[in-house]
Design a protein around this ligand. Structure first.
Ligand code: MG
Length: 237
């Protein structure tokens, strides 16, 4: 690939700030609540199946997660879950929504620096209210030229976003933690993608990594490695 880089896209959750750790912690509290009824393994499996089923109804994000926890609790207790226990699930979800946004290492220094040289796009899926709130609390909003909060991140959605902003895929690099949502669809449309794994991956986002030699694919250990990668790419002309 020899095309110049003209814009960089960033995923938000688990790329700019911690997110999956919040869900893991929420799930841990949910398991504790249902511990008198079922094993941790069974609760996890049922919750995950419920979440997948509910994606079509509620989309990604904390609100959908909360409804899936309630549905799972009703199912696993065969309706015996109490009103006060449901109240605890709702309190747990509200605490997740209000949780402080904790930036990942390097974000605070590298994002503002890159914003001086490239238009930066924030491309994230999830709940609009939740994602806008996190972006505001992150203090990063001013560095992004465009913010796209979408229902799903697949090749068609990336094609539409890039077309809307007048960016050719070969001039675009996407940075993110999810192979399924941030890397594979961007490579599929002829863009570049830098994968920076996060410590925990939600099962739904798991995918096989492309071959290391795949055209346009880069694997980085952390965001600190991104400036060095940019130096190796054709200059922004
Ligand atoms: Mg992510």
């Amino acid at each position: 690939m020899t095309s110049a880089l003209r814009a960089i896209g960033f995923d938000a959750d688990d790329t700019l700030w911690h997110n999956e750790s919040l869900f893991s912690l929420g799930q841990e509290k949910f398991r504790a609540l249902l511990a008198p009824y079922h094993s941790a393994e069974w609760i996890n499996r049922t919750l995950y199946e419920t979440e997948l089923r509910n994606l079509a109804h509620f989309g990604y994000g904390i609100k959908g997660f909360a409804l899936s926890m309630i549905e799972t609790a009703v199912e696993l207790t065969e309706g015996r879950i109490s009103g006060s226990e449901i109240g605890q699930i709702l309190a747990l979800a509200k605490a997740m929504v209000a949780a402080p946004v904790e930036l990942l290492p390097g974000v605070e220094e590298i994002v503002p620096r890159l914003a001086q040289s490239y238009p930066l796009l924030l491309i994230t899926k999830g709940d609009l209210f939740d994602q806008e709130g996190k972006l505001a609390r992150s203090g990063l909003g001013e560095y992004f030229t465009h913010i796209d909060i979408v229902r799903e991140k697949d090749a068609d959605v990336y094609t539409a976003i890039l077309a809307k902003h007048g960016i050719a895929p070969e001039n675009f690099l996407m940075v993110g933690n999810s192979l399924r949502s941030d890397i594979l669809p961007v490579l599929a449309i002829g863009g570049r993608a830098a994968h920076i794994p996060y410590a925990i991956t939600w099962q739904h986002e798991a995918a096989d990594a492309p071959e290391p030699a795949t055209n346009g694919f880069h694997h980085l250990a952390s965001l600190y490695d991104l400036p060095a990668l940019l130096q190796t790419l054709p200059a922004n002309g």
